[in-house]
Each structure stands twice: as C-alpha cells, then as structure tokens.
Design a protein around this ligand. Sequence first.
Ligand SMILES: [Zn+2]
Length: 956
Amino acid sequence: MHLSLLLHNSGHRDSLLILMMMKILLLFAFVDYTLQDRTTTKYGTTTKTTITTPPAGTTKPPGGRSVRLPLNLYPVLYELELQPFIYGSNPVDFYFKGKVKIEMECRRSTNEIVLHSNKLNIATSSVRIETMTPEQNPIIPTIEFDTVNQFLILKTNTQFVSGSSYSLYIEFSGPLLPDLAGFYQSSYQRGNDTIYIATTQMQPTDARKTFPCFDEPAVKAQFKLTLVRKQPMVSLSNTPVINNITRANGWIADHYEVTPKMSTYLLAFIICDFKYTVNITKNNVEYRAWARPEAVDQTPYSLDVGVKILTYFEEYFDIPFPLPKSDMIAVPDFAAGAMENWGLIIYRETAMLYDPMESAETNKQKVAVVVSHELAHQWFGNLVTPSWWDDLWLNEGFASFVEYMGVDHVHPDWLMFEQFVVDDLQDVFNLDGLVTSHPLYVPVSNPSQINEIFDKISYEKGSTIIRMMRFFLGEETFKKGLQRYLKELAYGSAFHDDLWKALSEQSKADGKPERVQNVKQIMDTWTLQMNFPTVFVERTLDNLRLSQSRYLLDKNATDPGTYTSPFGYKWEIPFTYTSQSISNFNQSDSDINWMGKDGAVVELKNALPGESMDSWYIGNVMQYGYYRVNYPESNWQKLIQQLKTDITKIHPINRAQIINDALNLAKSGDLKMNIALQTVEYLSTEEHFLPYSAASEELLYVDGMIERTALFGAFSKFMKATFTIPFNKLGMDNSGSRHLETYVRRIVVALACKYGNEECIGNARKLYSELMELTDGTNPIDVNLRSAVYCTAIRYGGVEEWDFAFRKYKTSNVATEKDVLLLSLSCSRDVWVLSRLLKYALMPEEIRKQDAVSIIIYISRNPIGRCLVWDFVRGNWDVIFKQYGGSFLFSYLITGITAKFNTEFDLQSVHNFKESVPSLGSGARAFQQAVENINLNIKWMAKNSQIIQEWLKTLP
Ligand SMILES: [Zn+2]
C-alpha cells in the first residue's frame, strides 16, 4: 500500500505531499462496543447460536501455538457472500452478515482445521465440513478460539485424509464500524444528509476480521464472491460482475467472476453510490475511476495517468494485466494513501482526485506517484507475493521504485529520478543511521510487529537499494531479470533469494562481470544488516584510496542488540567518482569500482591522471549508491569553493549530496560543523529544486534545535538574507511556471515568509484578506502558493483568519484544498487556538480520523505547539492508544512529536512516560528511536551551539 500522511518532514516542502509510503492500517480499533453485547442485541434476529471471539489477550493460546497456520488443510476456492446493513439512520447499529464455503485440499492427515477469524460472530450451528462424496454425512466439528493468534480451530473425531478434498461451511456476522480496518463503514456529507458506504482494507491482517479465512500472504486461492445490496447503491470488487439477482425485500445479489489465484489481503469490496469516468487501455483493459458524485469531475487526471501507466508496465514487465478491468476509487476515510487490491485499488481522496484549479503541482505529482505505486503492485505483490511479511520490502521497495518509472514515463520533464535522491535516498538516511533501525529483511510474527515495518526502511531504503541494483546491473539486465522473476513466480510467492537468483541468471546470460553474476552476495549485505556505510576517499597524487566504515548518527548510542550483522557492518559497495577536469556525471555500470565486504582498503591507481592538485574530486556520482562519502578537509574546501564560484560544474544531484552528506557527517562527528555549514553559504545563487530541498531539510533541523535559544535571532537573519535573494528574483507570481520551477518557488516563498521577509508576509496577508472578502467561491491565490500564504496569514493573523480557514476546511469539496487548510491551521501563534485544534483532532466530526495523527504532529512542529502536544498526548494517551496503538501511524506519531526534543529534561520526560504506560503497541521501536534521537539532539546542542554562533558571526 501507499502510506501517505499529510505531512512531510520539513513541512514546507509540501504541506501535503508527503511520506510516500504506504499502507494502511489498522488503526482505530474503536472498541467501545463489546462484541458480546452486540451479539445478543443486534444480531439476535438469527435463531442460531453464535460465539463471539473474546477480546485478544483474555484467553491463553491453547498449547502455545505458533502464530503461523499449520496448513494441513489448504484452501483452493472460497465462495463468499457478504451483506452489509448500512441503510438505517443509526450507524452504531451497522453490521454485516456473511457465509463462506471453503474448498480445501488436505495436504497432511489431521483431525483439526486451523484458520483465522477475528472479531467475528460465528454461527456455530452452521459450521460443517463435507467430503466430496455427497452420500457421507457432514462432519460437525467442535469449535475453539485462540484469540492471541486470532485462530478459529475446528476439531473432529474424523481424520482428514491427505490427498482428499473437503468443503467447510461457516455463517457469521460482524460489526461494521468506522474503524478503517477490514470491512468498515465510511461516510460523507451531502448538504445536511450523511451518506454511508461500506468499504474494505485487508492488508496486512484484517481479511480475518471480514470472514474466516487462511489469512497469510502465501496462501493463495480463488474467490467467488457475492455482494448483497439495496438500490441506489452499487457494489464493486476485484473482478467484473456476472449478473444481478433480485431477492426479497428489495435486496439485489451481485455475483462476481471468480478471481485469479490470489492472497486474502488483496480482496476488496465496496458498496456505495459513487459515479465513475471510464477509458479503455491500449490492451483492452476497462479502466474506471470512481468518486463521490460531487467529486467525480476530479477523476480525469488519475484516469489518464492510470491508463497510460498500466499499459507501460504491461510492456515493461512483458506480462499482460490478468484481469479484464481495473477500477480505482477514492473513499472519504482511508488510513493509508492507497491500497493495491487486485483490480480494485482504493485511495484516499487526496491521492487520487485532482482539480487543476484547486490542487497544486505537488498534488498532481502525488496523484501520479500513488497511482503508479499501486499499479506497480499489480505485478510486485499481487502477481508475485512475498512468502511472508518479513520480506515486505520486496513488495514496498519495488512499488516505491517502480512508481518513479511509471511517472517518469508519463511526465519525463518532472525529472522523477532526480527527485528520488532527496525524497527517498536522503530521506531514509536519517532513520537508517540509528542503532535502533532494522534490517530490510526482518523477522515479524504478530499483527502489531507486521504493522510496525510499514515504515521508511521497507519503502525508501527498499527502493534505494533497488535503484542501486539497477545501476550496477545496467538497465537491460535489470529489466530482463525482473521479467524472468515475475514470469517464473507468477500466481505464487517469493523469498528474496528467488529474486537474486533470477537477476543472477540474467546477469550471467548477459555476460556481466563475474562479481555481478552473484547478486545475492552483493545484495545480502544491504538487506540482512541495518544501517549503511560511509566511504572515505583520500587522494595521493593521481591515486584515490577508499575505505569504508559503518555510518551511525551517534557512535556512542547503545545498540539494543535486537539484530546482529552477519557481515560485521561491511558492505559490497559500487563506488564511482569524478573530478573537476573529468567532470563526468553520466556514468554507467562499467564505471564502477567495487569495494568488498571484507572491508579492505581499495587503492585506485592513476584514478585522476594529470588532475591539478588544486582540483576537487567527488564520490558516488549521482548518488546511485546507498552510502555517504567523506573527504579530507581540503577537498571539502575545494567543493565549497566550486559551489560559491560556479554551481554548473557540479550536477544538481551531487550538489544536494554535498549538503546532505556534509551536515550529517558533522552530526555524527566525522566532519567539523563549521566546514559543513559552509556548504549552504552559496544557497542564494542556487536555482535547482534538489539542492534547495536538501538544504532546507538540514537547515530546518538546525532551526528546530535552536528555535528556543538566544542563537535563533542571528540564524533567522541568515535565513532571511539567504532566501530574500531568490525571493526577489522569483516573486510570488507563479503563472505559466513549469513543474519544478513551481517547486522551487514554493520552497523559496515558504522560507522567505517564515523568516520574516516583509514583502512576502505583506503579500500573503493581503491575498488572504482578499480571499476573506470574496463571497463567490473564487480564490485569487495561486494554488501552488496557498500553503505558504494561508500559513503566513494565520500565523500573523488572529482568530478571525483562523476561523475563516476552519470554515473553509469544513465546507470545501476538494480534498487537497482541505489538506492545505487543515495544515495551515497549525500555524497559529495563539496557544488557546492550538489547544482547540488539538481537541478537534480527536473529534471525528471536526477532523477526519485519517488526518488526526498528521495534524497532531504538525502542531508539534510549531514552536508554540511543541509542549502543548506532548502534554496533550500524555493526557489523552488511553484514547489515542486505543485508536492508533496497533497502527503504522502510531510510530509516526511517536517519532514525529519528539523530533525536536533536545534537553535532558525532555529525555527524562519521555523515559518517565514510557515507564508509566503498560504497552507501547506498534510504537515500541518508535520509542527506542525517539530516545536515540533525543540523545543525539542533546549531544548536537552541546557540541554545536558555540560553533554555530561563531559561524553566524562570520557571515555578512
Ligand atoms: Zn505499497
């Protein structure tokens, strides 16, 4: 899936763009109901006895079973019928009824069947097992629940015989809650009416909350579905409808074509009153884009890129899309950005709907990226699925890489692969520089651990090492190797070694150098150990000398010992370089100098023939490799000098690299901070988006550290001066600008306003007051500058400006505009206003549940909101934990709100709090990471405050 919170690390970069990663989640286990009560009252219409799964943790697992299914009986076909009851006026009463027949083959003789079921009411008298010989009486099993493992265990006196087939029948029901997990209810407003719909999110472990099933990714089967609905609703699922049969009392049963063999987590169903736009792809796939009737006019862009990218992937992978249709649908409540269900991809509205008049270029790019990501999953994940969640990165890393290929195909001028370096590679360096990081391939068992790894490591590090692999294999070998992998394992599941094998075979077939014929040997060093290396490059005369070491943000941090490295933290590194006179930024796999995992120093003889000793050299050209590069101080000085005299001599990617590497090597103590800071002194002459983006990330870190110290005044003056020069050049008129020019202007305007440029602030306030005067619904502010303008106007305004934005937020029909407004609300400098906003975050009637975590983190980034949020989260811990404690969002909440903590007092406060709560849920690793991060910040302050003060004095 694609995880998409509202915020990006630095907030300014795109108030909405954000974390392109994925998935969804199980949040809101909104469990104010108890299933037991509801069973008798709400589902009492049935005369059958029902058994409700007790809440997890209340019973011991019988016999301490493994969390994995025994699979002695293996599902082949599910015939599933579901009927949601969403037509009353009281959504608390909503529920669904279902029945399933599971055809199974017995692979090992046994007398029990173990499958998954969670929070379902099983009609016990309905449960029976039939053999394939109809004259035999059905087998009636006894029923047990293992609530820890979410197992339904059926025991019999009869032996199931290996090689024989059986059919299992179960009827069941379950509540239909607004909990964003499994089969759930969502809603939207039309005037004063609330319209209810039923939709799904199964990944990773919530299919079992919808129907009893064998809910593991490798356990693939076919599904024959029936959805029962009333007019005027329609139903949608993975495959096309075959027919509609009218039933009593106005019900209509939609029967669906049987699916290909697939994983349970990829099933999807929706019952809604949405409308669609449609197109047919070049290869005859019917492609529809669905939305609320009021928003269906915002679907043409995603429909257009979807149609193009689907065909592009079919051709690139040389495998046709296996379904006759592909639907995309934007639902009003969705925890992640989108979910790749086969043939029915579900999005949150901001990830799919685009209104050219009301949405920014960043929104457009986000839509294209998420659409591309989900379509990539149709092959990586849906066709070939990881055998278990420990290889989740195979799914998410590939989708996060291939998404760039798809968007690059449609919009080559967006320079997607250049953006990759800042958005994925540099972005994940920070998390993966912690000793509390984790390897890409990571053991997980229970749902909470599975949810925890839907993180930047799986997505961004995954995609980054795949990009590196494409570089060292070369494009053709990479492409044919992937085709080989997908074709060999289609409709099956894969372990990462299967991928290495296919790529190695292709590498051999293509006659690549021996080293890259063994892809496993290289890639194991990047997937089986956490962190990444720094390569130190030293010049002597014409030679370069390379050595590698493990990069850690804090070398003295205590390793929790969760993971050990099989390679002693040494890597197989594809090293490249160039220099002032060679000036070659267009390199290929034939330019690679390998460094081995033995860690030996590598001498490159005659690497810089005839190069002047005054010239600079640079390692990791275009940052294809997942490593940092460090140099002796003299080479850093030459690079800085080059930036100050002529930026065009160094490619924008490597300019961004220099800034990012230097400031982070200073953070880790490998480079003097006063040298590192000089890499941003040239910034006012920069023109390209990438170095601006990299620099603003780093400068906002400095800002976050010193925002409450006496240093801030001088720093703010430097920032104002730095961004006033490009601001004067670019101004606030964005009309006619191209995509990346718009991106630069967004950053420059946001930072110029933030650091007090009077013209910027004046313009923003004036535009906003014009907007407040208008009553005809028009908006005079360029969509691309709205986040900066709204934020500035609210920051310098009062409660009237704030209330205006909040009213607009509540009434806007455009989800992307709603996001901009919502995030701008956190810019207020009034404590009581921010407190009120925090309160709204936990009131779903004010702020949608999908956005609550984002807004809380956003408020914490406001210097005035920081302590407020920490008090709020502690004070409302029980509520927040109940809603988010099992979700991937919870990790983001923990690391997000503590990101700027940098005193012993902060640290103690986090420690004390951690000790005081009974469980950390899916935030366990995030707490460790937060503590490591705070320690790092404390050290950074101690080491650098004085240096920064002196550096600021040296500036004009
Ligand atoms: Zn994904």
